[in-house]
Design a protein around this ligand. Sequence first.
Ligand code: AMP
Length: 299
Amino acid sequence: MSLLVVGTIAFDSVETPYDRRDEVLGGSATHFAYAASPFEAVRLVGVVGEDFPDKHLGEFRDREIDCAGVEVAQGKTFRWGGRYEADWNTRHTLFTDLNVLETFDPKVPEQHKDTRFVFLANGTPSVQMRALEQCDKAEFVVADTMNLWIDIAKEDLLAVLQRIDGVVLNDEEARMLTGETNLIRAARATLGLGPRFVILKKGEHGAFLIGDDLHFALPAYPVDEVLDPTGAGDSFAGGFMGYLASVKNTQPHTLRRAMLYGTVTASFCVEGFSVDALAASDRSAIETRYNELASIVTL
Ligand code: AMP
């Protein structure tokens, strides 16, 4: 089965209460692709600038992440800076330099247009839509978004929601999108906008999966030391979608199982800056944590 992601490829500058990194590899599609690649080959669609080192493209390819859909545009790669409070759940965006993203028009390569599983990672809703329109054979589509797009591109986002199977939101985004303060009501209101399921992420408190025939909740995998939560949401989605694409099944029971894979994959992401800890994990480390998490949540 095939899995495609469209989203951002970035240089991130991250400050935590304990450490910092400048200009490290990041972006919503990057984290997703690294997270999904232990499960399934990934087709990456995005844009970088002329300053993007070939080394990173080589590392993508080494992980069976196909970069045919990565455009190298004139200008600089997208840059994002963020700072975390000691509770890890509060993040301040310090800057967002769109650079080559400003004029990005996604082009899905001809050989990738038959993709069945599509993830629209965080990015401009109109870009998400243009990428989706090129995937004629898409059977299972999930999207992520953020408060910025709910704020400045809500109409475009509502159009995307009409076309997808599932959406991944954090609690604040779900409240902002629907105007409902109660999370369960916010989830139901989101279902009314189009998707058949919503995944509500609650950071270190775990995630809910809610749909007409779906009710599932999971705590986060307990991690001893968090170094950097950047990309945890994208990594959750990578584990979730990567697993589903690998088993070619999206029945409710399989979606629950995929929630465990998403949770475990995100737990690796937060143990390092950038994609360091994701890159160091493999399928067998993921399976070990999957079994631990399954035993933690089973009576
Ligand atoms: P997450 O921690 O899952 O929200 O994802 C963080 C990643 O999203 C970082 O690597 C950033 O480069 C990327 N990012 C930050 N702001 C945006 C934005 N406005 N659109 C798309 N991606 C973004």
